[in-house]
Design a protein around this ligand. Structure first.
Ligand code: SF4
Ligand code: SF4
Length: 188
């Protein structure tokens, strides 16, 4: 694989690109593509050193899969009646860990950040809810459980509430490990 034109000096560039004005990174198509190309290049270049990171990414995938249906159930019972749905009002975005996870687990690459500019509605929102699988969403769309949802869980299924929070915490910890390992390898 040839070195992409967008390749600067490694992962620091991927992290830095697009942070101007405190906006979410890689908001325009060009920066998004640059980040994507750079990650592809790094993963290809270091492919023989990534076994442990891929294992970690797969463990995250298993954890997230285990809470997919319960979270859908929770959303159906709370978000559907919400006056300010997150998918309409929140400025969610992909971060570096999201992109590393998506690349390492061979998910379909999303075409860009959820919002092209401030105040847009998330581009992945459809009439029936989110159009993309949970693994391809920004992590915040999975870990964020609002006060209304916490109360709903406490009122309806305390065991599930504890399980969800525990799995989300475990997956969050593994995501950090995955990122740390990745950076250690590609930007020693
Ligand atoms: S997570 Fe909470 S705030 Fe967000 S849409 Fe659902 S109910 Fe509303
Ligand atoms: S990616 Fe999906 S879940 Fe996340 S804000 Fe957009 S529509 Fe909502």
């Amino acid at each position: 694989m040839s070195r992409p034109a967008s390749f600067f000096s490694g992962v620091d560039s991927v992290c830095a690109v697009g942070f101007e004005d405190n906006a979410p990174p890689w908001r325009n198509e060009q920066l998004w593509q640059a980040a994507d190309n750079t990650l592809q290049y790094l993963i290809y270049h270091y492919q023989y050193q990534l076994d442990q990171i891929i294992e970690t990414a797969d463990s995250i995938k298993i954890l997230v899969a285990s809470i997919d249906s319960p979270l859908d159930w929770l959303c159906k019972n709370t978000c559907a009646q919400c006056f300010a749905p997150c998918c309409l009002v929140a400025d969610v975005s992909y971060d570096f860990r999201d992109l590393v996870f998506i690349h390492l687990t061979d998910q379909t690459k999303p075409p860009g950040q959820p919002r092209r500019k401030a105040h847009d509605v998330c581009r992945y929102l459809g009439p029936e809810g989110c159009l993309i699988p949970r693994f391809e969403r920004p992590w915040i769309c999975t870990w964020y459980i609002c006060a209304v949802q916490k109360k709903y869980l406490a009122d309806h299924d305390e065991i599930l509430r504890t399980q969800l929070l525990s799995v989300i915490a475990q997956a969050g910890m593994l995501r950090k490990q995955m990122e740390d390992l990745f950076i250690t390898i590609v930007a020693p």
